[in-house]
Design a binder for this molecule. Structure first.
Ligand code: UGA
Length: 453
């Protein structure tokens, strides 16, 4: 039962039904901004997306979307055709008639690990004097706790509510996540402003958690860091499985049925990466430091992620006889996860680069990546990576790697080692073609593989 005191402190309202179309401006047409703009237009709002990149704005007005995101091109096309979505250069002009302005500009990791807010501050300074009275300024970008207050100070106007409305979109399923979210989080210190923003999503019929600005800002970090912690934990348990002879697939299955734990985010891998989890874990650590809180748990989460990469390197080294120098290694997957062509903070790319740095000859293949990368050859077919390889290493969980002709892969390889850092392949299928298989935290499956061969 929820203690009454908790229930009182937490404002949770469910917004269902009537939604008034609003005039929305989205500043920044990156991955978050473009998804936000296209989806808000789909929900019935009139949306103008702004960017500083003239060529990109022209491409978008012609319906050309640069990023790989299922369903996004279709939504952009639909919005352009119906006239609910447009793209322009110049935020000052665009915001003059807006009811709400979403800030979706990058907040990269700055010096020392804190979020770099310069892009947010620059936009606020640019539009402060032309925003119509009552227009809500809404942060979607992940921003440090206290940013809403900072924006209010920068604006220097009391007639403009500032609202935090963090996004919880995953790359590769951003449109589906936007239109079918678990919840909406909106926070503001201006009475009524958060409810107005929550109402923009009213047709989605999902819970809206309405809070003060600082709490909404912290929700985003708390959620992403919790996911990172879950993954570091599961990678550590997988290491224990390797050492104790247990099987991580069975262990996580046994854990996941517990609804308090849940089944998602329990897949071990070469470490967590991407454009969000690494920067947000560092940023929250800096935020904690700023209030003199020693967040050892988060520190350990980050350290464990580095340790996981080192363990993967050691596993690959062992698979080629202990010496990486001059070993020929075929790498399957470079993107930070399947379904995206994003290489930012990719554990796969990081592992491949470390292998190169140790003198290995690396040939990589990723269905979403073309063009060579520093130190390694990027092939245009997965079979090319197997040619003459001492070991083939799976680093990104693209389903197409399961469907490869592994008998042909075995023929092409010089050695017989397959290191599967995503536990993606069926060990028996690899065994059946005379190769050895090693996963993460599955020593018995690996032993089965070896004993039969
Ligand atoms: C993450 C969050 O999941 C989103 O909710 C959030 O909105 C987003 O960051 C953001 O802040 O914008 P994303 O970066 O797209 O989304 O990636 P995830 O799907 O969360 O994956 C992160 C990393 O964890 C990847 O390297 C992935 O391979 C790894 N992972 C994920 C695992 O190793 N095992 C799992 O079971 C799940």
């Amino acid at each position: 039962m929820v203690p009454p005191a908790f229930a009182q402190r937490t404002t949770v309202s469910v917004t269902v039904g009537a939604m008034t179309p609003a005039r929305i401006v989205v500043v920044g047409t990156g991955y978050v901004g473009l998804t936000t703009g296209a989806c808000l237009a789909e929900l019935g709002h009139r949306v103008t997306c702004v960017d500083v990149d003239t060529a990109k704005v022209a491409r978008l007005n012609a319906g050309r979307v640069d990023i790989m995101e299922p369903g996004l091109s279709e939504l952009v096309a639909r919005g352009l055709t119906s006239g609910t979505l447009s793209f322009v250069v110049g935020a000052r002009e665009a915001v003059r008639a807006a009811d709400g302005v979403f800030l979706c500009v990058p907040t990269p990791m700055g010096a020392g690990g804190a979020a770099d807010l310069r892009a947010v501050e620059a936009v606020v300074a640019e539009i402060a004097d032309v925003l119509p009275s009552g227009c809500a300024l809404i942060t979607k970008s992940t921003v440090p706790v206290g940013t809403a207050q900072r924006i209010r100070d920068l604006l220097g106007r009391s007639d403009l509510p500032v609202v935090s409305n963090p996004e919880f979109l995953r790359e590769g399923s951003a449109v589906a996540d936007f239109l079918g979210p678990d919840r909406i989080v909106v926070g503001s210190d201006t009475p009524g402003a958060a409810d107005w923003v929550a109402n923009l999503y009213a047709t989605l019929d999902v819970p809206a958690v309405v809070t003060d600005a600082a709490s909404a800002e912290l929700v985003k970090y708390a959620a992403n860091c919790f996911l990172a912690m879950k993954l570091s934990y599961v990678n550590a348990i997988a290491e224990l499985c390797d050492r104790l002879g247990a099987d991580i697939e069975d262990v996580t299955r046994g854990m996941g049925y517990d609804r308090r734990i849940g089944r998602s985010f329990l897949r071990p891998g070469p470490g967590w990466g991407g454009s969000c989890l690494p920067k947000d874990t560092s940023a929250l650590l800096r935020i904690a430091e700023s209030v003199r809180f020693d967040f050892g748990l988060l520190d350990a989460t980050i350290e464990e992620n580095l340790a996981q990469r080192d363990r993967i390197i050691a596993k690959i080294a062992a698979a080629v006889g202990g010496r990486l120098a001059d070993a020929r290694i075929g790498v399957l997957g470079l993107a930070f996860k399947a379904g995206t062509n994003d290489l930012r903070d990719s554990p796969a790319l990081s592992v491949a680069s470390v292998l190169c740095a140790h003198g290995a000859e690396v040939t990589a293949y990723d269905p979403a990546i073309t063009g060579d990368l520093p130190g390694m050859l990027v092939a245009d077919t997965p079979y090319r990576v197997a040619k003459g390889a001492d070991a083939v290493v799976v680093l990104t969980e693209w389903p197409e790697f399961q469907r490869l002709d592994w008998a042909y892969m075995a023929e092409l390889m010089h050695g017989d080692s397959v290191v599967d850092t995503r536990n993606l392949l069926e060990p028996r299928a690899i065994l059946a073609v005379g190769l050895s298989w090693q996963g993460i935290g599955r020593p018995r499956a690996a032993a089965r593989t070896t004993s039969v061969s």
